[in-house]
Design a binder for this molecule. Structure first.
Ligand SMILES: [Zn+2]
Length: 282
C-alpha cells in the first residue's frame, strides 16, 4: 500500500526580512486538498495569482530558485520547499505578501519549526512516487549530478570552492525527516565575499547580512556565531538539492550524487526527472 498524502494541520504565519528587497515579508502556511501540491499565492497582487511549485514554472536560477506562473512570481523558494518536502508535506498553500519569503537565518530551521508546530494530517489519496529506474546525468561546467536507482532517497554531495581550507567537503545521507532536521536544516547560505560585494553596492541584496549568511573572505570564514556544523557548506548545498528537486512534485526514490551543485544544475535535474516521468506515464 502506498503511503497517504499529507497536508498541514492548521495555518501559521512567519515574518522576517526578504533577502533581495530588504523589506519585511510575511508568509502564511495553510493546508491544501489532496493532489494540490505546493502552491504559492501572491496575496498582495490584484486577483491574488498563484504559482505551483513545479520544475516547469522555474524562470530563474541565478543565486536562488525563482518560479512564475502568470503574474505570480516568487524568488528564493528553495529553503521553504526543502522543509515542506523533508517533513512530508505533499500539499500546502503558502500565502505571501511580496515576491520573496523571509530569508530568516539563511537556513530551513524556522520553517521546520513552523511545520512541526502545526503537525501534519493524512489525506485520502496515495502519495505520488518518482522511482528512478535508470541513471539520470546532468553536467554544467564543473558541476555534475547523476541519479541512480535506490530503494531510498539518498544524497551524496561534494563541494570545493578553493576559497578556504575548510571548503572541500563531502557528505552522504538518506533523506528522512529525522536526518534533514538534525543534519541539514540548520545549515546556512554561504557565499564568497567577492561575489556579494558588487551585489551589495548595487542594492541587490538589501536584506543580506551576517544574520542570514556565512561569508568566505581571504581564506577565512566570517560568521556571526561560528559554524553550526564543521561542514556547513556541503550540508547547505544538500538542503538546496532537497528543495530544488522537490519541484518534481513527487516523493523521490533514488540516490543523487552531486559534485559542486548549484541551483542551475539542480533545476535542470528536476526538469529532466519531470520529463522522464511524463514519458513513463505517456
Ligand atoms: Zn540555499
Amino acid at each position: 500500500m502506498p503511503e497517504p498524502q499529507r497536508t498541514l494541520n492548521g495555518s501559521a504565519r512567519y515574518s522576517g526580512i526578504a533577502l533581495h528587497t530588504g523589506v519585511r515579508a510575511h508568509i502564511t502556511f495553510h493546508p491544501a486538498p489532496a493532489n494540490a501540491g505546493i502552491v504559492i499565492q501572491r496575496v498582495d497582487l490584484p486577483g491574488k495569482p498563484s504559482v505551483a511549485a513545479h520544475a516547469g514554472n522555474v524562470v530563474d536560477v541565478v543565486r536562488a530558485t525563482t518560479i512564475k506562473q502568470g503574474d505570480a512570481v516568487v524568488h528564493t523558494v528553495e529553503h521553504v520547499l526543502a522543509a515542506l518536502y523533508a517533513l512530508g508535506i505533499d500539499n500546502a498553500l503558502l500565502a505571501m505578501d511580496g515576491p520573496e519569503p523571509p530569508i530568516a537565518d539563511g537556513s530551513s530551521l524556522p520553517y521546520v519549526e513552523m511545520i512541526r508546530s502545526l503537525g501534519a494530517v493524512e489525506q485520502d489519496a496515495p502519495r505520488k512516487l518518482l522511482k528512478v529506474t535508470e541513471p539520470v546525468f546532468v553536467e554544467q561546467g564543473g558541476s555534475k549530478v547523476v541519479i541512480v536507482p535506490d530503494e531510498k532517497y539518498r544524497i551524496s554531495c561534494t563541494v570545493k570552492y578553493g576559497a578556504t581550507l575548510l571548503d572541500c567537503q563531502y557528505l552522504s545521507l538518506e533523506v528522512t525527516e529525522e536526518t534533514f532536521v538534525r543534519d541539514l536544516s540548520e545549515a546556512r547560505t554561504f557565499c564568497l565575499y567577492e561575489e556579494i560585494e558588487p551585489l551589495m553596492r548595487q542594492g541587490l541584496i538589501r536584506g543580506g547580512s551576517l544574520d542570514n549568511a556565512v561569508v568566505m573572505k581571504d581564506g577565512a570564514i566570517i560568521s556571526k556565531d561560528g559554524l553550526r556544523y564543521p561542514d556547513e557548506f556541503v550540508r547547505h548545498k544538500m538542503l538546496d538539492i532537497v528543495g530544488d528537486l522537490s519541484l518534481v512534485g513527487r516523493r523521490i526514490q533514488g540516490q543523487v550524487i552531486a559534485i559542486r551543485p548549484g541551483h542551475p544544475l539542480n533545476v535542470t535535474t528536476a526538469c529532466k526527472l519531470a520529463a522522464a516521468l511524463q514519458d513513463q506515464e505517456a
